[in-house]
Design a protein around this ligand. Structure first.
Ligand code: PGA
Length: 222
């Protein structure tokens, strides 16, 4: 079965990168691109947002609701990315509220979870992930999960393949039918191996998604 590739540009990219994606990819149903909002554009590729507000509408200058995302044809939205949790103080409760808003608008939330370096070094990974599972998952199971160890994001470090497999096996035992992604320093050098892990349904790619040749290689492995 084909694996998913989700490209998270974060606050990077340009019209040129958008055009490069348009030229490289078209009508590929296992690629989802999450550009910054100003580049959100329909171009035959599944689109995801990087963030959404937790309320349906109102006087919240500068914010964007899930209904608006759905209105312009966006089908997926990252919620609870560790950079949102760290730099914008997003709590598990807020992440859950955002996920519910997405679901109510017909958007699939991709809920990001992951342990810190100290949790990892102290052998606390599964406890931390279970806590996040309990605190930020909505009652409806229409969501995806991205497991992203905080210490692997943008660092060039990743857990071993057996560690990634163990976490995904644990998640799968709780969530038999949920799409499970791995994220954190995914590159053209490690993607093929990550895709061989049976409970990994795809990858969430940050830095490597900004280079069209690299993301094309990763996509080809999928
Ligand atoms: P990275 O980011 O691929 O640059 O490590 C992944 C992410 O934060 O989603």
């Amino acid at each position: 079965m084909k694996k998913w590739v989700v490209a998270n540009w974060k606050m990077n990219g340009s019209q040129d990168l958008l055009n490069a994606y348009k030229n490289a990819f078209s009508n590929l149903d296992n690629l989802i691109v999450c550009p910054p909002f100003v580049y959100i554009d329909k171009f035959g590729i599944n689109l995801g947002a990087q963030n959404v507000h937790h309320l349906p509408n109102g006087a919240y200058t500068g914010e964007i609701s899930a209904q608006m995302l759905a209105d312009v044809g966006i089908n997926y939205c990252l919620v609870g990315h560790s950079e949102r949790r760290q730099f914008f103080n997003e709590s598990d409760d807020l992440v859950k509220a955002k996920a519910v808003q997405c679901q109510e608008s017909g958007i699939t939330p991709i809920i990001c979870i992951g342990e810190s370096l100290s949790d990892y070094l102290n052998g606390q990974t599964s406890q931390v992930l279970s806590q996040q599972l309990n605190n930020c998952f909505p009652s409806s199971l229409k969501f995806w999960i991205a497991y992203e160890p905080l210490w692997a994001i943008g660092t060039g470090k990743t857990p071993t393949m057996s560690e990634i497999a163990a976490v995904h096996d644990m998640l799968r035992s709780h969530l038999p039918n949920v799409v499970l992604l791995y994220g954190g320093s995914v590159s053209s050098a490690n993607a093929a191996e990550i895709f061989t892990i049976s409970n990994v349904n795809g990858v969430l790619v940050g830095g490597a998604s900004l280079d069209i040749e690299t993301i094309t290689k990763i996509y080809d492995f999928a």
